[in-house]
Design a binder for this molecule. Structure first.
Ligand code: NAD
Ligand code: MG
Length: 416
């Protein structure tokens, strides 16, 4: 942890759940307990969310938990949170899950079950899935009239147009968990959307910010998996290093806040303290600040527009520090430009970009593509898709599935 950040070690007894003698959890006439569905429970966001709920039981209780294939981890989380329903995508892990459980929940297996689980009864769906796998659960939850706390930015990148149509342009049922978008949301409290002049979205710049073009020829998966400020799942860590993540986040911000892409300005801020800035029409700007810690945006999505005490680290203002800013180098980091271009093209282009990127990142991690070939593969898929989806209907979910399938096949067989 950098020296200018203070780590709070004492938990507030009123939210910790560690001091059961304090009679603060439920007042006699309080609201019924809030319930949550957590999709992608075993991942980086999922486990941090569950830690928050464990430390602050007054926030509510988990009713549904899902994961892809880490059955042992899912069993452990389930034993702690005791959800009524468990969903595991990979049925071959059935025995591991069932042997690991200390109670008897309802268990469902397979992708269909994952999609279905997003509409089960609960007050809030938290979508912490990674990639396109998160899209259909978001679609199903939104169709069912639910509110979704969304870490899965790919849902908005792929199907922002569908969501906009379904939601009548009002994204208030989608609560951002991404730190930058949470920062924008926090800065926009009490402000009118038409008062936004510009959004400044900050990027750490990733581990290769200062690497020369020729050094970047040698990047290995191990190099790219070392993010300077954040500890995250593998896919987003690679996306952060290529700046594809920032491109995806610009599209995410465009849909969430209704701001055109050309008024969303990325800037590199290596310390990751200022999480984003809203510039207003009168020339004033508001930013949200804090040490890089995903528990802040996760917690805010659970409590907004209110705040509850939580022992997250804070900035130590008495320590000298420098917060710096620099423009994005589009030559060394072409992925961000590809994301912007795909959104400007519209239609199925962002879905093609997303799928090709998912495959290219996986191929890089398996060492079947070099680092620089990630962007080349995505660009080739976008170029090749130009005449593919001219008849696609953006209001039809199947169009996105077709585009995703096509781009995956293309990127899997792409050769430099
Ligand atoms: P992760 O890889 O750590 O976890 C992903 C979760 O999704 C796991 O529970 C896994 O079991 C599940 N999953 C993966 N593939 C699946 C599939 N095909 N079907 C069903 N389940 C599947 O990812 P993460 O870092 O927690 O990221 C989750 C989402 O949050 C991503 O969209 C990411 O961009 C976004 N996000 C993450 C962070 C972060 O700090 N990790 C920050 C901002 C946004
Ligand atoms: Mg982010």
């Amino acid at each position: 942890m950098p020296w200018f950040i203070k780590q709070h070690t004492t938990l507030n007894p009123y939210i910790s759940g560690m001091t059961p003698s304090k009679p603060t959890q439920t007042a006699p006439n309080s609201q019924p307990e809030r319930t949550f569905t957590v999709l992608g429970a075993t991942g980086s966001i999922g486990t941090q969310l569950l830690e928050i709920l464990e430390q602050s039981p007054s926030l509510g209780r988990v009713r549904v938990l899902s994961a892809n294939r880490r059955a042992e981890c899912l069993a452990e989380l389930a034993n702690t949170h005791k959800p009524e329903i468990l969903v595991l995508c990979d049925p071959s892990q059935k025995a591991i899950l069932e042997q690991g459980l200390t109670y008897q929940p309802t268990i469902l297996y397979g992708e269909e079950a994952l999609e279905e689980s997003s509409i089960y009864e609960s007050d809030l769906v938290i979508n912490a899935l990674v990639g396109f796998s998160g899209f259909m659960p978001t679609v199903r939850a939104i169709r069912a009239g639910k509110t979704v706390a969304l870490a899965n930015k790919e849902s908005l990148v792929v199907g922002g147009a569908w969501l906009s149509h379904e939601l009548g342009g009002d994204f208030s049922r989608i609560l951002p968990i991404d730190s930058e978008h949470s920062a924008m949301w926090q800065a926009l409290q009490g402000e009118a959307r038409n008062a936004i002049q510009k959004i400044i979205i900050t990027a750490s710049g990733g581990p290769f910010r200062q690497w020369s073009d020729s050094q970047m020829e040698t990047i290995t998966p191990g190099d790219a998996l070392k993010h300077p400020n954040w500890s995250m799942g593998a896919k987003i860590t690679i996306d952060s290093s290529t700046l594809m993540n920032k491109g995806l986040e610009m599209i995410e911000a465009h849909w969430l806040f209704g701001v055109p892409m050309d008024r969303i300005e990325p800037v590199v801020h290596p310390q990751s303290i200022i999480h984003s800035v809203i510039e207003f029409v009168d020339g004033s700007s508001k930013a949200q600040l804090g040490p890089p810690d995903m528990k802040v945006p996760i917690l805010y999505a659970l409590t907004a527009p209110h705040r509850v005490p939580y022992p997250n680290p804070t900035i130590d203002w008495q320590q000298a520090a420098q917060w710096t800013f620099e423009p994005v180098d589009h030559d060394r980091f072409p992925s961000i430009g590809l994301a912007i271009a795909s959104q400007q093209t519209g239609g199925m282009a962002p879905a093609v970009l997303n799928a090709a990127n998912e495959v290219a990142v996986a191929r890089f991690l398996q060492e079947s593509l070099s680092y620089k070939q990630i962007a080349q593969c995505v660009e080739a898929a976008l170029d090749a898709s130009m005449n593919e989806f001219t008849q696609s209907n953006v209001n039809d979910v199947d169009s996105y599935k077709d585009a995703d399938n096509w781009a995956r096949r293309y990127a899997k067989s792409w050769k430099a």
